[in-house]
Design a protein around this ligand. Structure first.
Ligand code: SAM
Length: 224
């Protein structure tokens, strides 16, 4: 099993550069038809680029819109995000939630990132819908102590702390369902631990969808 994973990894690494431009072109082509010009999101990305070195690790516009449509399709009201960077995916998701009682709770480790999220969310006119909690997500999750009366999260989007995927995924069990994890090759230890954990849990249904796009090969892993 692990041999075949390593073999796949070798193939991907060698053909990665060749395919990357093709993926980027396909992404751009589809986006021309499916994504409308959006000055607010452009300003959010520019502000993130100006202030955060790793600004490029946000979801792509197509993946942001995928999350947005998924939330609309399930009539979601509350979303938990683990790892928010500059708030780009949080903004896509917050826009899908009702104005009256929709909420994205964004858990972010880095204080600078948290400040940029607040700025960007304000630019997007969504300050009342996005709550940022600064600190390590695992500790923030444990500190939430949801009670019977706390509204459940309709979706948990885990986009950080990838080595602890299994831990984040199980800790958020009490907080809501379903969960989506964005994973990548760099986080393979976390992915392997999570897959092993799921295999032994008869209560959990999950699937992985691999995506390619302008930057990289990623996977969206979804579990109920
Ligand atoms: C891939 S980026 C998130 C991108 C964001 N979801 C988007 O698409 O716009 C990962 C973020 O997780 C944060 N992070 C890393 N480890 C964390 C942890 N243990 N708890 C909370 N946030 C963490 C990083 O500071 C970074 O801002």
């Amino acid at each position: 099993m692990s041999d075949s994973i390593e073999a796949n990894r070798a193939v991907i690494t060698t053909s990665y550069a060749a395919h990357r431009e093709l993926w980027a072109r396909a992404d751009r082509y589809h986006n021309e038809f499916l994504l409308k010009p959006d000055a607010t999101l452009d300003a959010v990305l520019q502000n993130t680029k100006d202030k955060i070195k790793d600004y490029e690790i946000a979801v792509s516009p197509a993946l942001g819109k995928f999350l947005h449509l998924l939330l609309r399709s399930i009539g979601a009201k509350r979303v938990l995000e683990v790892g928010s960077l500059g708030g780009y995916s949080a903004i896509w998701m917050a826009r899908a939630l009702p104005d009256s009682d929709g909420e994205v709770v964004a858990l972010e480790l880095d204080e600078l990132h948290a400040r940029v999220i607040e700025e960007n969310v304000k630019t997007a006119g969504l300050s009342s819908k996005v709550k940022v909690i600064v600190g390590p997500a695992y500790a923030s999750l444990l500190a939430m102590h949801p009670s019977e009366s706390t509204p459940k999260f309709d979706l948990v989007f885990i986009d950080a702390d990838k080595k602890s995927n299994a831990r984040s995924s199980t800790t958020s069990d009490t907080l809501g369902t379903p969960r989506i994890l964005r994973t990548q090759l760099a986080s393979r230890e976390g992915i392997r631990a999570l897959l092993k954990y799921i295999k032994d849990d008869a209560k959990v249904e999950a699937t992985t969808v691999h995506t390619v796009g302008r930057r990289t090969l990623m996977a969206f892993f979804m579990r109920f």
